[in-house]
Design a protein around this ligand. Structure first.
Ligand SMILES: NC(=O)c1ccc[n+]([C@@H]2O[C@H](COP(=O)([O-])OP(=O)(O)OC[C@H]3O[C@@H](n4cnc5c(N)ncnc54)[C@H](OP(=O)(O)O)[C@@H]3O)[C@@H](O)[C@H]2O)c1
Length: 226
């Protein structure tokens, strides 16, 4: 496996992949300047590429990996405006691709809980989403908060857009809260990541699941099969 990104999450993904007995190479910004780590030659012995880099380079990384025919797992967020273009690229090159704003199993369970709780929106509750992350995070709102907003909108009777409020403070790994409020009461739902380990395990397990498959998948639709 080739892990792109030597940052907080990428380095943990490499650790988890090694623990799970994969042969692992890791490339950060230096080794991958101008896509240097993604030439066909460099990728020849790579089964899958896992990307935890940054919005400025993610589309170039996807393009190079997919064009080289490699399966890809993308944890990097901040590029979903280009989702349809990437889907077409993956389908044209017949590769396998899994992406997620959040690779933790706990958060994906939380998505199901949020979907169920959105029933409240048809009983005169209003909704709010709050997300807190460390000060180094480059995008806001978080991809996870946007995913929560979309699924609550789809589950609500009038397709209401629930507002997201973002906080950037200290070294918070990732905290997402949903508050549903009526005149009578308040419901709080909260997922608080204790470490990045959940993301790393989910991403490596997604790459294992993807082996031998083609197609464009979102992790929320496949994590139950891991
Ligand atoms: N989906 C999920 O479950 C999940 C979970 C956590 C984070 N994320 C997302 O993953 C991304 C990374 O998060 P992070 O917290 O790990 O950030 P981070 O600590 O800032 O790491 C990003 C790393 O990307 C590397 N990089 C930059 N340009 C590159 C390039 N062209 N090729 C290869 N590597 C390059 C840098 O490596 P060097 O240090 O070597 O320069 C940097 O350390 C963000 O978009 C974040 O939102 C997603």
């Amino acid at each position: 496996m080739l892990i792109l990104g030597r940052g907080k999450t990428g380095s943990l993904v490499a650790e988890v992949a090694q623990e799970r007995r994969h042969h692992v190479r890791i490339a950060g910004a230096k080794e991958n300047a101008d896509g240097a780590a993604l030439s066909s030659e460099k990728l020849s012995d790579v089964a899958a590429v896992i990307d935890f880099t940054a919005p400025h380079c993610i589309l170039a990384n996807i393009e190079a990996s997919v064009k080289a025919g490699k399966n890809m797992v993308v944890g990097t967020t901040g590029w979903y405006g280009e989702l349809n273009r990437v889907r077409s690229l993956v389908e044209a090159h017949k590769t396998g691709f899994v992406y997620a704003p959040n690779f933790s199993i706990g958060v994906n369970l939380f998505f199901d809980i949020a979907r169920a709780a959105s029933t409240a929106l048809r009983h005169e509750y209003s909704g709010q989403i709050f997300e807190r992350h460390h000060v180094h995070k480059k995008d806001a709102p978080s991809g996870t908060a946007i995913a929560l907003q979309h699924l609550m909108r789809d589950a609500s009777p009038k397709h209401e857009e629930v507002e997201i409020t973002s906080f950037r403070e200290g070294e918070v790994v990732g905290l997402h809260e949903i508050v549903l409020e009526s005149a009578a009461d308040r419901i709080y739902l909260c997922h608080d990541a204790k470490s990045r380990r959940g993301f790393a395990e989910g991403a490596v397990r997604a790459a294992e699941w993807l082996a031998g498959k083609k197609g464009f998948y979102e992790f929320k639709d496949v994590w139950r099969e891991l």
